[in-house]
Design a protein around this ligand. Structure first.
Ligand code: FEO
Length: 389
């Protein structure tokens, strides 16, 4: 893609990564992603806001081939998908310096080997004039690392937010409009990347809401030309509200746990409770993470391997624990052959989930009448707890 003008003196640059399917060797990207960089030309100075993933360095450097001067490389975030091309830009523009938050300085030196003398740090609220265009830096820690900041361009009413509000979406659309596809991609992005920092994001949202802008230009996905589209979505996702919604991640080896899960899905649905089940050996874990954004209750279903839970359940619960979802209630169900410690081991593996454990239902071999009676009691408890949600 060639550079694309947003307004006079402000251009989108970057790379659309149509084929990438995994981020951090962990996070599914079913729709690819983009790495957005922005060129801002004042009457005296020129700034490049964030760069792109170093795997696509040639694309950015080609976009810069007719740009004679860059004075500042603004690094809103030190992660390599945005900072990885800074060394190439510094190499091409020998007078340029990196502008970043104080916490970012050490990260850029450690992760990219950028020379100390080419880094200028900026305090929260500090401004930098480019001549007719002003960059204001607002510290917004933990979107997504501790050093992150956003850059505001008041003259053109643009907020450059880097990961904050981003979406993993490969598209030729420069603007998001009110596209529900972007909403889904942004919700997935929030669930996979931002959800652990929900409380910090509540503070950052207040700071962002004080700024005046008509565009939010993130460094993944299209630009929001209707900012309230994404701001109101975030306000919903980061709120303390949960929905009348149960998530059931599970694995079944010989069908007993699956039979229990299916019984619960039907019984809860009959009571008007929304349910999503995720069979973890085949599921897209990003879908499960998205369900965690709103759900009130998790029911974890596992068979017993030796005496513990299935390793796939351990892995998924480790991820759930790291995502810090705002779940309120939990239950553990499953099966075993001769003995089990699966429920105790699962409940010990999720200390970050501040949930009330409603019940544990483990059956030996096939589920029988008494198993389904116990599941009915669990359904009653969930229905009562969800009343009023
Ligand atoms: Fe898009 Fe935290 O990097």
């Amino acid at each position: 893609m060639n550079p694309r003008q947003i307004c006079k003196g402000v251009y989108w640059m970057g790379a659309i990564d149509w084929n990438r399917r995994l981020f951090d060797a962990l996070i599914p990207l079913p729709d690819g992603t983009s790495y957005n960089s922005y060129l801002v030309q004042g009457s005296e100075k020129t700034a490049l806001i964030d760069t792109i993933d170093p795997a696509m360095e040639k694309i950015l450097m080609n976009q810069l081939k007719n740009i004679d001067r860059i004075d500042y490389v603004i690094s809103n975030h030190s992660e390599q998908d945005h900072s990885g091309c800074i060394p190439f830009v510094l190499g091409k523009y020998s007078q340029s310096i990196v502008v970043c938050s104080p916490k970012a300085k050490g990260l850029l030196i450690d992760h990219l080997g950028i020379a100390d003398e080419r880094i200028k740090t900026v305090e929260d609220g500090e401004i930098l004039s480019l001549g007719g265009k002003t960059l204001r830096f607002v510290h917004t820690p933990w979107v997504h690392w501790p050093e992150t900041m956003v850059t505001h361009l008041p003259e053109d009413r643009i907020l450059f937010s880097c990961d904050f509000f981003g979406s993993h979406l490969a598209t030729t659309d420069l603007y998001a409009g009110d596209d529900p596809v972007v909403y889904e991609a942004a919700k997935r992005y929030y669930a996979e990347i931002m959800m652990p920092f929900r409380k910090m994001i509540q503070n950052n949202m207040k700071k962002v809401r004080e700024l005046q802008f008509d565009f939010i230009a993130p460094s993944h996905g299209p630009i929001y030309n209707h900012p309230n589209f994404i701001l109101s979505a975030y306000e919903d996702w980061i709120s303390d509200r949960v929905s009348n919604f149960v998530v059931i991640p599970y694995i079944s080896m010989h069908g007993s746990t699956e039979a229990m899960v299916n019984y619960l899905v039907a019984a809860l649905a009959e009571r008007g409770v929304k349910v999503q089940k995720f069979e973890l050996s085949t599921t897209d874990i990003g879908k499960m993470a998205m369900a965690f954004v709103d759900a009130a209750t998790i029911i974890i279903g596992t068979p017993t391997v030796q005496v513990g839970p299935h390793p796939g359940i351990f892995s998924a619960m480790h991820l759930a624990n790291e995502l810090h979802p705002k779940l309120k209630y939990a239950a553990i169900i499953g099966s075993y052959g001769w003995a089990t410690k699966a429920a105790e081991q699962i409940s010990g593996s999720i200390p970050n989930l501040r949930v009330e454990i409603l019940d544990t239902v483990m059956c030996k071999g096939l589920p029988r009448a008494e198993t389904f009676e116990a599941l009915d009691i669990l359904v009653d408890k969930i229905h009562k707890k969800h009343a009023g949600l």
